[in-house]
Design a protein around this ligand. Structure first.
Ligand SMILES: C[S@@+](CC[C@H](N)C(=O)[O-])C[C@H]1O[C@@H](n2cnc3c(N)ncnc32)[C@H](O)[C@@H]1O
Length: 314
């Protein structure tokens, strides 16, 4: 990206990044970055009306409490986007390495952290290949919040194999006993089963369809390689185990892990106390989801979250 890079946004740039090809999008990104340097990151996001709520809503940071961070922890955040959570994680640990596939976002992350006075953040632009550019046993914690579902979209590899390779990479860079927080979307989310369009495939029912039918429908509609790929709880648990993770603990997020009004152990969610304590407006599907029996509610939840540990030996 041909723009003026300052020391405050100095990052490592790898070859496997995702170029912004649309010239208008690139110009907007450069203008946002340039304003962020002069008026500050938050003011620039507001000025450009750039995903302000998504990037600043504190409800989106709820998951950070579940990382159980200690001041001695070295953390890897995969898919750090604009650094909205990097800056929050960095305040609670020794160091954060943030990996973001879009260069402009990686630069913005670093700038935002620098403006917050954080000097323990190292940002790398890249990651499209699924390889993690870090040494073995480098981190105590790896965080991947709403990234896995998109990360195979830039590769022509089979998404299941790509995800398995990414999980093995995460295991490689974790220290023995190191922790993983992984949240993603559920292919059997209630909304997809009821026929909502799945933005990862561009078709109704999308990821909830049997894989063979998904591929046939996508091929017929000439949709190309899917931009996203989702798993069920069972599938992701299997992937994690075969990549060498143990002590898998599911977390339930409601209505989803992006804007969670509840996040915690599945057994701690109670429909009656949720609705009596939170006067919230929910869509019809989410209201029904909340009232399903416990096991079904988890199986059909919008998000899947696992806490897991690196098994010391495979
Ligand atoms: C939906 S956003 C989530 C951002 C952030 N983790 C959060 O919770 O707000 C996904 C981010 O992951 C990035 N991403 C996707 N695939 C990636 C990959 N293979 N390596 C690194 N970053 C990736 C995207 O560019 C995007 O910024």
């Amino acid at each position: 990206m041909n723009d003026k890079t300052t020391e405050a946004e100095h990052i490592r740039i790898l070859a496997d990044l995702s170029e912004i090809e649309d010239i208008k999008v690139l110009e907007r990104a450069q203008s946002l970055l340039s304003d962020a340097r002069s008026i500050g990151c938050i003011a620039a996001l507001e000025e450009h009306n750039h995903n302000v709520q998504y990037l600043t809503d504190p409800i989106r940071e709820k998951y950070i409490d579940f990382l159980d961070l200690a001041p001695s922890d070295d953390v890897l955040e995969i898919g750090s986007s604009m650094g909205q959570h990097t800056r929050k994680i960095a305040k609670r640990c020794r160091s954060v390495n943030a990996l973001e596939v879009v260069e402009f976002q990686a630069k913005f992350s670093k700038l935002w952290c620098s403006q917050d006075g954080l000097h323990n953040v190292h940002v790398t632009a890249g990651g499209a290949s699924g390889r993690l550019p870090y040494d073995d046993d480098a981190f105590d914690v790896v965080v991947s919040n709403y990234v896995l579902e998109w990360c195979a979209g830039r590769s022509q590899d089979d998404p299941d194999e790509f995800h398995q390779a990414v999980l093995k990479e995460i295991r490689r860079v974790l220290r023995p006993g190191g922790r993983l927080f992984l949240s993603t979307k559920n292919r059997f989310a209630f909304k997809y089963l009821l026929g909502a369009e799945d933005e990862h495939l561009g078709i109704r029912f999308g990821s909830a369809l049997p894989r063979l039918i998904q591929r046939r429908v996508a091929a017929k509609a000439d949709l190309g390689h899917p931009t996203g790929y989702l798993h069920s709880w069972r599938e992701l648990r299997k992937h994690l185990r075969s990549a060498g993770f143990a002590d898998l603990r599911p977390l339930f997020a409601f209505p989803d892990a992006r804007y969670p009004l509840f996040m915690g152990r599945p057994c701690d969610f109670s429909t009656s106390s949720f609705f009596s304590s939170k006067p919230v407006k929910l869509g019809r599907r989410d209201r029904i989801l909340a009232k399903l029996p416990d096991g079904l509610r988890l199986a059909l939840s919008n998000s899947i979250i696992f806490l897991a540990k690196k098994e010391p030996t495979l």
